[in-house]
Design a protein around this ligand. Structure first.
Ligand SMILES: [Cu+2]
Length: 123
């Protein structure tokens, strides 16, 4: 298979993991994400593979951009973390590994150092 085809298949698979925004779904595991200059905190900070997660985001200071990458480095989703608001992103974590988070909105002098990680464990 050509490299471009493999890449397209991978993207299709990962985009397929993104689920809808059902408001009340008991199968969703809430993960509270708090952003601040210049950190991310997660509660809990890990889930088992296959978990459907609702990331619930807020900020303690200024606007930040929550940008989530798969363990293979592909962009999975992005949502703002804003003081006084709760923005949400729903994803099925179908791959074990370390998911990387970068800040996607300039938020101060150390913005470029603002990265974090979220772990998906094997069952
Ligand atoms: Cu930032």
């Amino acid at each position: 298979m050509r490299r471009a085809e493999r890449y397209t298949d991978t993207l299709r698979e990962e985009i397929g993991q993104i689920v809808g925004y059902e408001l009340e779904d008991p199968r969703l595991t809430m993960v509270t994400v708090t952003a601040g200059q210049f950190f991310w905190t997660f509660a809990p900070d890990r889930v088992p593979v296959g978990t459907r997660v609702r990331f619930d985001l807020t900020s303690v200071d200024v606007n930040h951009g929550f940008v989530l990458y798969s363990p293979r480095g592909h962009l999975l989703g992005s949502v703002q973390a804003m003081p006084g608001y709760h923005n949400q992103l729903d994803l099925t974590m179908s791959q074990a590994g370390i998911y990387r988070i970068r800040c996607g909105e300039y938020c101060g002098l150390n913005h470029s150092t603002m990265d974090g990680s979220f772990t998906v464990t094997r069952r």
